[in-house]
Ligand binder design. Sequence first.
Ligand code: R5P
Length: 283
Amino acid sequence: MIVVPSSSSLKLAGSVAKLTSSQLSDVERKRFPDGEMYIRILSDLSGQDVTVLGNTRFDSEILEMLLLLNAAREGGASKVTAVIPYFGYARQHMKYREGEPVSSKAITKALDTTCDRIICVEIHDTETLGFSAHPFLNLSLIEDMSDHFRKKAIDYVISPDDGGYERAHSMASIMGSESAYINKKRIDAGTVDMKLPDLDFRGKSILLVDDIISTGGTIIKAVKLLREAGAARISVSAVHGVFARESDRIISSSVDDLVVSDTIDGPYSMVSAAGTIARSLKG
Ligand code: R5P
């Protein structure tokens, strides 16, 4: 197999190539004088099983993925897999108001035209998986995340909303802790109303878990409530650390531990998705 990295995921692609004993391809990247993107995969892909690995968060990341996938196809690859560690636009998986697009469908359909299968990591809404005509796999990092916290004597694993309770419950089961969720009502994109479950948090060690931290509004509010309720130690973990508006700075200063995966690489990426991705590619 040949692994082709998008510029969003150079380190993760390198780890995946190593774990799957694959060749990691070099890619030439530049801009045309008019600003358009130029990419060239510097490996012979003819008859090869090719994996293109990168995110779809920013406009430029989406474009780069589409160009790389097309280059793999045009280069004669026998099979083309798109691995999307952080599938951006998955939160617009339905039309909320007339005139809006179903953005996750638009991205999936665009990927679909140039690849034979898609593999992503903990996509925000699994409805998106149904938008592809090809196999579309959604990998879980619950085991990897739980392993990281297994020895930290966590009393409660808490989800900041009922939608994420299954994750909190699964992690708590692996770690031998209790689990619960906070009643959350979203007022608008940046404001949420939250009510803690009726439990005694005084002196307890809490792990707050979510799939994604974006503006941080959800987690910051949950941390404040748990501190007011007397929690002794608060760790926060999420699969995807988007950290819009520099929310990592605010969160890290108010908690004991902040841990995300390397689906989006950054200073708090303590858990790697490489092993899970590599196993799915080999399997
Ligand atoms: C909500 O359904 C998600 O699981 C996250 O809680 C949410 O997307 C986080 O967004 P923010 O960090 O902007 O509150």
